[in-house]
Ligand binder design. Structure first.
Ligand code: ADP
Ligand code: ZN
Ligand code: ZN
Length: 804
């Protein structure tokens, strides 16, 4: 095998195929599929992924691979194949598909180093490699390349004695901690011990430790555990019995937390019925997709845990996806509590370095379970026994940038390969999934009761227009205020939820009605109180709040809408004695802030937790007996066919926060559209009726799950150009697709301009259109030149979740 097929890192149509490279003799047996390599391309040196090895090529005069970038493959055989699938199903270039599967640290500029793994001593290495680590903890990659020792080190890496670490320049700092370790073998240590004078009992104790343990140990821990001074250690180092070195420790974001070990709970009859088919799918190696439909608190997570346990017992691995915002400490605790060190956690709160460390644990098979947000679906396990997606209806499982994949689809694809089950869990399944379950494509498992048959909280819907008519101009209805006071007296806790999306505070002139818009985008600016700035959430533009109206010069310029800060101020006025914790983008931007605020609330340091979407999920505190939703309908009026579904899901989700334990819960939903079915049925917590009603509407309007949709968005600085290109695309697609399909466009996008670029779109609705992928690729090819040279942008989303 002297030739490697390589996908090069040039995301363009012409380079979206493999290029053959010769493997120079010195890299023979080193280079393997799934490794990244550095190759000459044109006049440049670029990175690429080896996808295949072969003995001959159709091309003559092949260039040579310059050098490997990895010593072990970063992509498994299965992930390489998954890349092919992703390319087809997300219409992306191969290179983008592969890049998406790797942690960010591997994409950044980095310095590659080798070090001895924990638990290995220099003496374990072949003689000729030992000198490399004699005085140092790391050796640079370039050095072993220059000395021609890559194959030898690769053998060590395969054995696990040496590992490659990537030190990302500037971005990731490795965490180094002083460790001590024995320089001598246990036998020689024993001899050295005998030589010590009788009064050196502490030094003897220290040596005894290393006669039994040869791994390096953190100096601080060593002195604390053995109760000896660092002077004692120093003495042994001076005698050249012990050595000291700085060792990189895995950054462990959960370092200071201990997880109480939990045992599997005896399952209820409902749970037994639900878990049984999952366990048999695991046992029989049969791929099946389960939809686990059960209200919050019905015991879904316990089913996940026990299914995973079975998977681990079978020597296999599990991937668990949770939405980013519900990847709360509580959720992590439940998995770590059950499976301890066998769990790696991946989420955006981690630094690049921490994420890379967690990923590496998966790659090296040091863990059995990967819990994480969307991108954890690419965890490089090679023996997957189950994939679980909690809150499967969450739209954050869809990636909104290239490659535009949905984690659910990727999960099913991977599970088919491994012959294992996918479990989708939700109290409010997406219409797509529930429809599939009803048709028998997915296997429906239902948990109809809450644990201990706790009653669902009672929900009261308050019509805010009535409040206004009764002279109440406050953002709190009379009912909600009364209940808030009641909870304060009883020392019970309240969660106040503000639906911010689509309803951020904006500035308007009360005299002339002028609204402050972004000068680059057709959208109003959002008011940020803490620095008195107006900000555009699309392009980042910022300006000060004007004193006078730019239109009529009046000074009656005010901000409208209810941001969390404004609610907090109002609370301080009407309930000055209440202690409030506010959780929003501003108060949680610092690392660990989210966790700390929740812990404070749990410890009873506040009466009211006020927040946005991020508090809608995962909270499970016994003392919460009241949930207030300040404005239920802010999402209803967005130009999105899923807005009713999202509203229903969110309201149901929030209501589930109350009364999860002994104390009964109450929910107050304030709204300007009490008659809307999504609000009304969320109040009754009636998913089944909501499903029927919404399915009817989707059918009439030809939306998913009855039709598939794809969205083409065109943007450019010149309006005329955008209109004409979108026009041509629409006509072209119309001519290529069957009569049953509907092409809607060209029309201006709901946000017609972002960052000075005009935006037009074309929406395609279809039932079966095998040629669509080809037609859309043809569109991209046709405009390739203008995309490269003229700043034209065409984005294609085969299953859009954002229609703006
Ligand atoms: P969900 O994931 O559906 O919200 P959970 O699995 O979190 O539900 O269960 C809700 C509560 O009930 C949790 O506190 C959990 O520990 C408890 N629970 C779950 N299953 C059992 C069981 N079989 N026996 C006793 N308690 C259980
Ligand atoms: Zn803007
Ligand atoms: Zn004005």
């Amino acid at each position: 095998m002297k030739i490697a097929s390589v996908i090069v890192d040039v995301p363009a149509k012409q380079t979206d195929k493999t290029f053959d490279y010769l493997i120079p003799d010195k890299w023979k047996d080193v280079i393997m599929p799934g490794m990244r390599v550095s190759v000459p391309f044109g006049s440049r040196q670029i990175q690429g992924f080896v996808t295949e090895m072969k003995s001959s090529s159709d091309f003559k005069k092949l260039k040579e691979i310059t050098e490997p970038m990895d010593l072990t493959p970063v992509l498994t055989k299965e992930l390489l194949m998954l890349g092919d699938w992703l390319t087809e199903h997300a219409l992306c270039y191969k290179i983008s598909a592969y890049q998406a599967m790797l942690p960010a640290a591997l994409k950044a500029k980095y310095q590659k180093k080798l070090r001895i793994t924990d638990g290995t001593v220099i003496g374990d290495l072949p003689k000729n490699l030992q000198p490399f680590f004699a005085e140092r903890d790391f050796i640079l990659w370039e050095e072993i390349v220059k000395k021609g020792l890559v194959p030898e080190f690769q053998k060590e890496v395969a054995k696990g004695t040496v590992e490659v670490i990537y030190e990302v320049k500037e971005k990731v700092k490795k965490k180094l901690v002083k460790h001590i370790y024995p320089l001598l073998s246990p036998e020689t240590l024993a001899i050295e011990k005998e030589k010590l004078p009788p009064q050196a009992s502490k030094q003897k104790e220290a040596i005894d430790y290393f006669i039994k343990n040869s791994e390096p140990i953190e100096l601080r821990r060593f002195t604390a555990e053995l109760g000896i001074s660092s002077g004692t250690v120093k003495g042994l180092i001076n005698k050249r019995i012990l050595g000291e070195k700085m060792i990189e420790v895995y950054r462990n974001p959960y370092e200071n937390r201990t997880f109480v070990k939990t045992e599997p709970l005896p399952l209820t009859e409902d749970q037994k019925k639900a878990i049984e088919p999952i366990l048999s799918s695991i046992g029989n190696n049969e791929h099946e997709v389960f939809l686990l439909y059960g209200v919050t608190g019905s015991g879904k997570t316990e089913i996940y845990l026990q299914s995973i346990q079975k998977v681990i017992e079978e020597g296999k691995e599990a991937i668990v996806l949770v939405p980013e915002i519900s990847l709360t400490p509580q959720m992590v605790t439940r998995f770590k509590g059950r499976f301890g060190d066998q769990v790696a956690v991946l989420h955006s709160g981690l630094s690049q370095g921490e994420k890379y460390d967690e990923w590496r644990k998966i790659q090296r098979k040091e863990v059995k379970v990967a819990v994480g947000a969307r991108s954890a679906i690419f965890a490089p396990f090679e023996n997957i026994g189950i994939i679980i997606i909690d809150e499967e209806h969450e739209t954050s499982y869809k990636q909104e940038e290239t490659p535009r994949y949905h984690a659910r689809d990727v999960a099913i694809q991977r599970a088919k390969y491994y012959g294992c089950p996918v479990v989708l869990g939700s109290a409010t399944p997406s219409l797509e999934s529930f429809a599939r379950a009803k048709k028998g494509v997915f296997h429906l498992l239902t948990l109809s009761n809450r644990m201990n048959n706790q009653a669902l909280p009672t929900v009261e819907i308050v019509d805010m227009r009535e409040e206004l008519r009764a002279g109440n101009r406050s953002m709190f209805s009379r009912t909600l205020l009364e209940k808030l006071k009641d909870r304060l007296e009883k020392k019970e806790q309240t969660v106040l939820f503000l639906n911010k999306r689509g309803h951020s505070s904006f500035v308007m002139c009360r005299s002339c009605g002028y609204v402050l818009n972004c000068p680059h985008c057709d959208i109003s600016l959002t008011y940020h109180r803490f620095n008195e700035q107006m900000k555009c959430h699309y392009c980042g533009y910022e300006q000060h709040v004007p004193v006078f109206c730019p239109e009529c010069q009046s000074d009656h310029i005010r901000y409208f809408g209810t941001g969390t800060q404004k609610v907090e101020e109002e609370l301080a006025k009407i309930l000055p004695e209440a202690r409030v914790i506010r959780m929003d983008v501003d108060t949680t931007s610092k690392k660990g802030a989210h966790e700390r605020l929740l812990a404070d609330f749990q410890e009873g340091k506040a009466d009211i937790l006020l927040g946005t979407q991020m508090i809608a999920k995962g909270l499970d505190f016994p003392n919460i007996t009241l949930v207030g939703v300040l404005s239920a309908d802010t999402m209803l009026h967005l130009p999105d066919f899923r807005s009713s579904e999202k509203t229903f899901q969110l309201l149901t989700q929030v209501s589930g926060r109350a009364g999860r334990h002994e104390l009964e819960g109450e929910v107050v939903i304030q709204t300007y559209s009490p008659e809307h079915y999504s609000v009304e049925l969320a109040g009754e917590q009636d998913y089944d009726r909501f499903y029927q009603k919404e399915m009817m509407i989707r059918k009439i309007h030809k939306y998913p799950p009855f039709y598939y949709i794809s969205l083409v968005t065109v943007s450019h600085e010149q309006l005329m150009k955008v209109v004409s290109v979108t026009e041509k695309i629409s006509t072209f697609l119309q001519s290529r697709l069957s009569n049953e399909s509907i092409v809607l466009g060209p029309v201006a996008s709901p946000i017609p301009r972002i960052n000075n670029r005009y935006r037009y779109q074309c929406l395609i609705k279809y039932k079966r259109e095998p040629e669509l992928g080809k037609a859309l690729k043809a569109v991209l090819d046709r405009y390739q030149q203008e995309i490269v040279s003229d700043g034209l942008q065409i984005s294609i989303d085969l299953n859009p979740y954002i229609l703006m």
